[in-house]
Every structure is written in structure tokens, then in C-alpha cells.
Design a protein around this ligand. Structure first.
Ligand SMILES: [Mn+2]
Length: 476
């Protein structure tokens, strides 16, 4: 369908005259039928063709133009006009009051005043917050933006968002984290961003005169909470969180959403790299808007998507496993035990619990399988990863009922995790531990058989050496 080129306007009055000018300025051809000769003159514009009609709009003009129709009259006169217009939906009444129009089969032309007010008030409040943040930065010599522990993409996006905001007033904030980055994708993101985002150096905390904590709250650091003057976060509100500037929004899916609002409402440019970081933060915290996403998150997503580097994000999403994990996954798949609609894999001692996470996600793709349990030993701890389709069972509850008594265990419908501390037990013993707690009512004969199969797997060949898969062979 081609774009709209002309509208037909019927009525008179100040508000209608403004609407006619507004439409004509936008390039639309306006046919105006009015009983007010003066008005026909006041809206003189190349795009407006005015025609003076009957005093009371009682009958259709002989040469009535086509829809859409916009009526600017009181309710009674509007209802009269409605009777001689065709029975179509494209008949609007100037203004935004819904009630009277619906009855007369007329649509309000404009969004409600309440809607405008909400949008406006939200913007005023947000930009006030931005000004408060900028004020703090203007007075600071060494601003520091702090992320907790191993920062996830949301923390990185939020930190870079705040840094961008502060740079508009000439501040040069340091962006730091207090842990170590483990996930391959997070390392890839930092390389892509080309920002000085680094582990906190020894003296930086003491030297900073403006500390901001993003995507966390100072109480997260149990030993020595940083003396933050700014806290921006979406985690549940901690009663001990206090600072000069606090913006906590537990209903938001990500902290990147809060920063996106600041930047958008205050008209601060979001470049491609920043948009990419914010979008990745928002998408990874909300599982692509599937989890804990609010209207604000959807709005932020909408604002960021066209600005972000989507080919980089696609690569990031695909780059989930390092090369050597491929051989672990291959080993797991060829050592699965299928039990009705369940796949069980025990990996023995693993280099990282990620082996179980990645294998479980993959195994759940199998037709006929509705849940997966992957176990492995790392750091004198048995880690059991649960994945389910969430349709026929709640694997978080299963994890808890199986293991909460002897370790930490829980999760939600589709994902569960249990970690059971070991006391130097042999890996063989963890097979019994797994089966006995997972299947409390299994017959002794079946139980024995199950355990034998899994133990045989552990005593068989180990995963292949990734170097052996390399072509041409790596020179050693
Ligand atoms: Mn977050």
C-alpha cells in the first residue's frame, strides 16, 4: 500500500486549524470542508483546498473527497456528520478524549493527554538524574566505575554507558572490575570494545574521589564494600545500599537498560560499540527478552538494535565453546546413558564445569529427550547440571529435591544446578552419589547396572587430544 497522500477535514475552530496546518506542512494534500469562511482564509497553504459548506453540516457536500476523514466539531455535530460519511473505520475526531468518540464510532486522532504526560514526566525525571550524575563528575578528579567480580556483559555495557555519559563533561573515568574474566565471550567483547577496561589496580580505590558501582551494590563485596557515591543496579534492593546517587530498578531486566534510558532521554550519542555493548548486556541478562524483561527493556532493545553491530553479536553468540571443549562434548555424547526421556552423562574429572553446561544444552536438542543431567568433578566438588524443556517437569525442583540436603542445589523450570562438596572421595564414589540421589526409588538391580555402565565409561578412553584434530599437524 502506498503512503498516505491526502486527508479530508471537516469542521472549524482553532484546534482544527492547527491540525490542518500541521498536516499540510507535512506534505499532505488537505481537502477542507468548513462553514467558517474566515477559517478557509487563515489556513491558506498550497496543499490546502478549502470549500465553504452548509451552516450545520447536515448533508454531505456534493463533491466529498475520499478518506481518511478528520472531524473538528462538537460531539453532536460530529455525530451528524458521521451519518453521511461512509461506514468505514478511518473517521477521526480532532483531540484525544476517548470516551465520547467511541460511542459515535469515531477514533481519537491523537494519543491521550495522560500518555503524553507520562512520557514527558518520565523524560523530565530521567534527565534530572543525568544532570545529577554529570554534576558529580564535574567535581571529580579521579572517577572510577567499578564492576563486581567477574563482570558479565551487562556490567560492561552499563559501565561503558556511564563512562560515555561522564565523558561528555570532560571526565576520564577508569573502568575496573575486582575479579577475573573467565568466559571466552566476555574476553571477546572486551577486545572488540577497545576500551581500557581492566582489573582494579591496588591503589586505585584509595585514590579515587568518585566511585560508581554498576550492576551490583557495594554490599556485594562482603569483606570491604567500596565507598561508592553512585550506585546503579537492577538486582534486588539491599537494605544497606546508600549513596549520594542511587538508582535501583529491580523490575528492569538489565542495568544496561537504565543507562540506555539516560543516554537516549538526554540526547547523548550512542556509538556503534557502545550500542553493541549495551544490547549484548541487555540481551544476555534477559535471555533475549525471554526472562525478566519489562516494557523499559523492550524499549531500550528497540532503541539499541538499529545502532548495534549485529554481525559481531552474531559471532559472539556462536563463539560459545573453546576448541578443547569440543572433544569433551564429543566424549560426553558418545558416553550418554538414555533412560526414557532423560540423558545422563557423568564426565568424571573435568577441566571446567562448563563442559557439563555446554553438553547438557546440546543434548537437550535431541528429539524424544525432555531433560538432561550432566555431572562432573572439579575442585573436589561434584557439579550436576540439569536442563529441561520446562514442559513436563521442573528441573530446578528436581535438582533441589535430589541434592539440596548434601550440597547447594536449585534453579528454575528449565535450568538447575547442584554442587556437592567432596572430601577427597574417589571419582568412582561420585557415580553412586549421583545415581542414589537422582533416583531414590530405583530398584537395586537397575541401580547396580546404571552405576556399572557409568563407571565403565570413566575407566574407558578419555577425550581426544585437540591437537590430533589439527590439520596440518601442529609442530611440536
Ligand atoms: Mn545485570
Amino acid at each position: 500500500m502506498r503512503g498516505l497522500r491526502q486527508v479530508t477535514v471537516i469542521g472549524h475552530g482553532q484546534q482544527l486549524a492547527q491540525t490542518v496546518s500541521f498536516l499540510a506542512e507535512g506534505g499532505l494534500q488537505v481537502r477542507l470542508y468548513t462553514n467558517d469562511e474566515a477559517m478557509a482564509d487563515t489556513v491558506a497553504h498550497a496543499n490546502v483546498r478549502a470549500q465553504v459548506v452548509d451552516d450545520d453540516y447536515a448533508a454531505a457536500p456534493a463533491n466529498l473527497a475520499g478518506p481518511p476523514y478528520i472531524i473538528g466539531l462538537d460531539d453532536e455535530a460530529a455525530a451528524r456528520v458521521r451519518t453521511w460519511l461512509p461506514p468505514i473505520r478511518s473517521v477521526f475526531l480532532v483531540g484525544n478524549d476517548r470516551r465520547s468518540k467511541v460511542a459515535a464510532n469515531l477514533l481519537p486522532l491523537m494519543p491521550s493527554a495522560a500518555h503524553y504526560r507520562r512520557v514527558m514526566l518520565r523524560r523530565l525525571a530521567t534527565v534530572r538524574r543525568v544532570d545529577a550524575l554529570l554534576d558529580l563528575a564535574r567535581g571529580a578528579k579521579r572517577p572510577l566505575i567499578l564492576m563486581y567480580a567477574d563482570p558479565d556483559p551487562d556490567a560492561v555495557g552499563a559501565a561503558l554507558g556511564l563512562a560515555t555519559l561522564w565523558r561528555t563533561v570532560g571526565a576520564q573515568p577508569a573502568i575496573r572490575y575486582t575479579g577475573e574474566i573467565h568466559r571466552f565471550q566476555n574476553k571477546l567483547l572486551l577486545t572488540y570494545l577497545r576500551e581500557d577496561i581492566d582489573q582494579l589496580h591496588d591503589d586505585e580505590l584509595a585514590q579515587s574521589d568518585l566511585i560508581a558501582v554498576v550492576d551490583a551494590q557495594p554490599g556485594f563485596w562482603k569483606d570491604a564494600p567500596p565507598p561508592a557515591r553512585v550506585v546503579i543496579d537492577h538486582h534486588p534492593v539491599r537494605p544497606d545500599t546508600q549513596a549520594e546517587f542511587v538508582d535501583l530498578r529491580p523490575l528492569y531486566g538489565s542495568t544496561s537498560t537504565i543507562l540506555t534510558e539516560y543516554l537516549v532521554e538526554a540526547d547523548i550519542a550512542i556509538n556503534r560499540r557502545l550500542a553493541t555493548a549495551l544490547l549484548y548486556g541487555l540481551a544476555s541478562d534477559t535471555d533475549d527478552l525471554q526472562r525478566h524483561a519489562s516494557g523499559a527493556d523492550i524499549k531500550a532493545y528497540d532503541a539499541l538494535l538499529p545502532r548495534a553491530d549485529r554481525s559481531f553479536l552474531a559471532r559472539l553468540n556462536k563463539s560459545q565453546v573453546p576448541m578443547d571443549m569440543l572433544d569433551w562434548i564429543a566424549w560426553g555424547i558418545s558416553h550418554r546413558v538414555v533412560f526414557d526421556d532423560l540423558i545422563v552423562i557423568h564426565f568424571g574429572v573435568v577441566p571446567t564445569p562448563d563442559v557439563m553446561v555446554q553438553s547438557a544444552d546440546l543434548a537437550l536438542l535431541t528429539a524424544g529427550i525432555t531433560w538432561v543431567v550432566c555431572a562432573g568433578v572439579h575442585d573436589d566438588r561434584l557439579t550436576v547440571i540439569f536442563r529441561g524443556d520446562g514442559h513436563r517437569q521442573d528441573v530446578g525442583k528436581r535438582a533441589a529435591s535430589a541434592f539440596a540436603r548434601i550440597g547447594s542445589a536449585g534453579g528454575h523450570k528449565t535450568m538447575g544446578r547442584a554442587e556437592i562438596p567432596l572430601r577427597g572421595e574417589h571419582v568412582d564414589a561420585t557415580v553412586d552419589l549421583l545415581i542414589d540421589n537422582l533416583f531414590k526409588r530405583m530398584s537395586p538391580a537397575r541401580r547396580g547396572q546404571f552405576i556399572r555402565i557409568l563407571r565403565n565409561h570413566l575407566h574407558g578412553p578419555a577425550p581426544a587430544d585437540p591437537a590430533a584434530m589439527q590439520f596440518p599437524p601442529a609442530k611440536g
